[in-house]
Design a protein around this ligand. Structure first.
Ligand SMILES: [Cu+2]
Length: 148
């Protein structure tokens, strides 16, 4: 009996500590925000592995689609107008965009832990940037916020 109590206590403690260590973030998908029209807000997030990020369809006609994720993380492509949640476990830079507003540079970045794939992410992102017809500086502004 004593052992069982001990075991239970241990499990509950473990559960509580794992809950306490993972954070939850929200990214709004907006027609208009502080950085102009068609934006994710905040567009840059620095989180830790195991944290949760929820994309909220605050305004209609947006989605979130990954452009680049560090291996072996899975890519994602959410439905327009739907809430979408990810829990990245792999450290590195994640770049995503909104499919309907790609040309307007509706783009965002999540840094999970260390920016392990920074150089590769910068290289790949120039291909994404080439598809923008306006707000081309947004990708550079995101990279400027990466924490080394
Ligand atoms: Cu959009």
């Amino acid at each position: 009996m004593q052992n069982l109590k001990h075991g239970l206590f241990f499990m509950v403690t473990l559960l509580l500590s794992s809950l306490a260590h993972s954070a939850e973030y929200e990214i709004k998908m907006l027609n208009y925000g502080d950085a102009g029209s068609m934006v994710f807000e905040p567009a840059f997030l620095h989180i830790q592995p195991g944290d949760t990020v929820k994309f909220v369809p605050t305004d209609p006609t947006h989605n979130t689609r990954s452009f680049l994720v560090p291996k072996p993380e899975k890519s994602w492509n959410s439905k327009v107008n739907e809430e979408f949640t990810i829990t990245p476990e792999t450290e590195g830079i994640y770049v995503y965009y909104c499919s309907p507003h790609l040309v307007m540079a509706m783009v965002g970045m999540i840094q999970v832990g260390e920016a392990t794939n920074l150089e590769q992410a910068k290289k790949s992102s120039s291909r994404l940037q080439a598809k923008f017809v306006m707000n081309k500086q947004r990708v550079d502004e995101l990279f400027a916020q990466v924490v080394n």
